[in-house]
Design a protein around this ligand. Sequence first.
Ligand code: ADP
Ligand code: MG
Length: 516
Amino acid sequence: MSAEQPNLASSIDNLTPGDSGALIVQWTRVRKRLLTEVGEVEYRTWLRQMSLAGVDGEEVTVWLPTRFLRDWVRSHYGDRLSLIWQSENPCVRRVDIRVGGPAATVGRHGPAIDGQAFAEGLAPSETGPTASEQAIGELASNGAMPALVKSDDRGERGPDSRSPDARGPESAGLDGRFTFDSFVVGKPNEFAYACARRVAEHPASQGFNPLFLYGGVGLGKTHLMHAIAWELTNQGGAGHGGPPATVAYMSAEKFMYRFIAAIRSHSTMEFKEQHRSVDVLMIDDLQFLIGKEATQEEFFHTFNALVDSGKQIVVSADKSPSDLSGLEERVRTRLAYGMVADLHATTFELRISILEAKASRAKTSVPGKVLEFLAHKITSNVRELEGAFNRLVAHANLFNRNITLESTQEVLHDILRAHDRRVTIEEIQRRVSEHYNIRLTDMSSARRARAVARPRQVAMYLAKQLTSRSLPEIGRKFGNRDHTTVIHAVQRITELMEREASFGEDVEMLRRMLES
Ligand code: ADP
Ligand code: MG
């Protein structure tokens, strides 16, 4: 970077006055548009210190004074910046964001760590560390800086174009697909669902405040929170026909960054007012605040202020309050005070219901066998299950092909491998021979007596069902048999299972044993 910097620094001066003038006009317009898009607080916090370094052919270079700001702007505003530039000047293809410019800290302070560089931009205080400084320190000590930059959090983005008409700025960022209607209820989530419904209908009612939803990743926490928010903002007045409630939904991460941005722009009072004036506050993925003491403290006060004035709080986390070690004791106690509801791992039945609901909405027909196959194979969480399903449908539409079990295995080849239960063919052979009391070597022997041939077929059938090995691969493991022998075995066993209930149960039991 150092070799290029002087070049760029001078390039703006090398432009003809006309060019330079046009560029500066464009730059002013770009910044104005950004300001309108992101709002003043955000602009002041992250973007105000940008300066134009120069233009080199199709590439514009913008400077920011610290590495932290550069990374932040790159990941959060980089694409927007390029798009806006392009629309102002179609010749511009890329915007490069670098550390440099009049206020750059690199060079003056050597390779300062990002967070420090950021903290240096703050007004220094003469006394000991204040809560604000501590919060900034939390930002600096956040070893997982890339995690800030990842933006898979739907709440992180601005207004969602897919969202139904959202009332009030705070409901921006809700995903319009996440409603109660689209949430499939089953044993593992019925309690959490019922609690969420209840809160949406009667917010802040006794015993349900706060509502604490917890469970593993991809099990529907965010979905339920958005559903509550939709219900409250669109139904109006908690179902009583009054004015719609003000709902603020955000990830704990966003809460922290807003808080820090407020400190940075000396607007903590506004921050407090803003967050304490809502009817319902929802904080998603609270585990993010572990170790962030100043932000926890702020959250705690916000929490108390809201609950004391009869407002509803909804919080989600990946663990129960008592298991969230690293969260302050008083915060945990407060959280466990209302209703704690967990989302359990999905069952086969729930996975099937979710897939059926999706299939009925998709325009492509998906055979029941394929849904069952997916529900058997992808057990980790709903997000992955949905991902696999969407890919399957997209593929079928793109190539105008019907979805079959074979095409599913082909299209989802990589996902299925990753989700392989790691049952090996050897293990299947061992279990099956034990079960039927034959020798393990008979799995690959040439003996064709029914007493060994049938168990061998069962093992081939299970190998096909439980592993992602191809037919020839399976054949090879059974004494170098041909893949047609495997096909025959699978067909034979399928038929027999349908015809003889006790045989079917036997094979199912073997399957369950191997799967567990
Ligand atoms: P979490 O916040 O718990 O990590 P999400 O709420 O983001 O999980 O859910 C992941 C995906 O799975 C979302 O697309 C969501 O709509 C979907 N999903 C989860 N549970 C259900 C359910 N019971 N019915 C329908 N979709 C669900
Ligand atoms: Mg979530």
